[in-house]
Design a binder for this molecule. Structure first.
Ligand SMILES: [Zn+2]
Length: 426
């Protein structure tokens, strides 16, 4: 087993305290947005080996059979298939979508052939992999995820019109165009696409509509418009989200695109998964995100960064969908499992108190373990390691099975210990 040192990303939307509080560390003072745990070449974790520190991607590339196991090595190559991140959002991340594996391979090769520098602002594909992902809420967690049914979106845009009219302003033509698109009789994915394109391609008209809508919905305007339009109670949070997002990203088309999307509030322990093509944005909260090891993101708003609209339109799945919830399954051995329909990963949580029997970790090839509370002893036939809150470990496939034992030390003696572990899907 190898203790890990992980890389923190300081994106400006990050909370300056949430990750440090969870892990019991000193905050840096700046934003601490994402702690990357894995072997993505852009920010690999560093493993403490007997020969000194070594980036995890290199350790795996040099010893793929022992670190990944032959099955995972054969299926995914000499690379760790998954990447885990602690993600702490104080404000919204960009509205985004991830490509299919086929598209990522094709378009990455195109950009390489065209000589687009990997770090260019307009570069879309950082690697040749897809990025299916899941997020597990560790605090109440707010998100936008996938398109909602058109009738719901139409009702929300109608309420925006009501609020603007009530404020005494003239209702802009663009709002009428979006409503007309949403009420048309075409197939739903085409309807959604028309409305999405109208907002994204509206230029100054969109900017003006965002500002007008946000000011009309502020200061109780959302509640009045929602009641006047006879909307269901849960619609109010969608209208209020417009006000919140407009304060964070003034004039950004993504502010109104949010009304086309499912508005999701997760409680701690709840999880959703995001397949290729699902447009989503994380709005606020602390979560554990697990994904295929990729950084391929197409942005669609709520960002100052490059938005490649044609590429975005090719990548987004416009079919309205329900919210893709990942159910929690508790095994006979008291492991809590989240198993989204992706080959690259599954997530588990094990909680153990001082007098508990040891619990085995589910392991399919490599295993990454993070302690968020208390202290445990990880024990395998090849060796053992104490792991305390904030610590993380990479367990090679060859070290199997791993048992989690309670481990009481003077510094970490309060309450049960909790570890999360990521392995390849079984
Ligand atoms: Zn994403």
């Amino acid at each position: 087993m190898f203790a890990l040192t992980n890389v923190m990303r300081d994106y400006p939307w990050g909370s300056s305290t949430a990750i440090a509080e969870l892990l019991g560390k000193e905050p840096s003072g700046g934003p601490e947005a994402e702690l990357w745990m894995g072997a993505h070449p852009d920010s690999p974790s560093v493993a403490a080996t007997p020969d000194g520190p070594m980036p995890l991607d290199r350790l795996i590339a040099e010893h793929p059979e022992s670190t990944l196991g032959s099955g995972v090595h054969a299926a995914f190559g000499a690379k760790l298939p998954f990447l885990a991140k602690l993600l702490a959002a104080d404000k919204a991340l960009s509205l985004q979508v991830h490509p299919t594996l086929e598209r990522a391979r094709e378009r990455f090769a195109d950009e390489e052939a065209a000589g687009v520098p990997r770090d260019a602002a307009h570069r879309n594909y950082k690697d040749a992999n897809h990025k299916p992902e899941m997020i597990l809420a560790l605090t109440p967690f707010e998100a936008l995820c996938g398109f909602r049914p058109c009738a719901e979106s139409a009702a929300l845009f109608r309420a925006v019109g009501t609020a603007i009219a009530a404020s005494g302003a003239e209702v802009p033509a663009l709002l009428g165009a979006v409503e007309m698109a949403l009420n048309s009789r075409m197939a739903e994915p085409m309807v959604v696409r028309r409305a999405f394109e109208a907002l994204l391609g509206g230029g100054d008209e969109t900017t003006a509509l965002v500002e007008l809508a946000a000011s009309a919905l502020a200061d109780g305007g959302a509640a009045v418009a929602s009641a006047a339009s006879g909307l269901p109670a849960n619609a109010l949070s969608s209208l209020e989200t417009v006000v919140d997002l407009a304060a964070q990203y003034p004039g950004d088309a993504g502010v109104l695109v949010s009304l086309l999307l499912n508005r999701v509030s997760l409680q701690p322990g709840e999880s959703i998964y995001l397949p290729a093509g699902n447009i989503h944005a994380y709005l606020k909260g602390l979560g554990l995100e697990v994904m295929a090891s990729s950084d391929n993101v197409m942005r669609g708003g709520l960002t100052g960064k490059h938005v490649d609209v044609p590429e975005l339109l090719e990548t987004v799945d416009f079919a309205p969908s329900g919210v893709p919830v990942v159910p929690t399954r508790t095994t006979d051995l008291d492991q809590h499992m989240w198993e989204p329909p992706f080959a690259e990963f599954s997530l588990q949580r094990v909680e153990i108190s001082a007098d508990s029997d040891p619990v085995p970790l589910v392991q399919n090839g490599p295993l990454l373990v993070l302690a968020v509370s208390g202290s445990v002893l990880l024990d395998s036939p090849r060796g053992d390691m104490a792991l305390s809150r904030g610590g993380s470990v990479f367990v090679p496939a060859a070290e199997n099975p791993v048992m989690v034992h309670p481990h009481v030390d003077a510094a970490h003696s309060d309450g049960p210990a909790v570890v999360f572990a990521v392995t390849v899907a079984g």
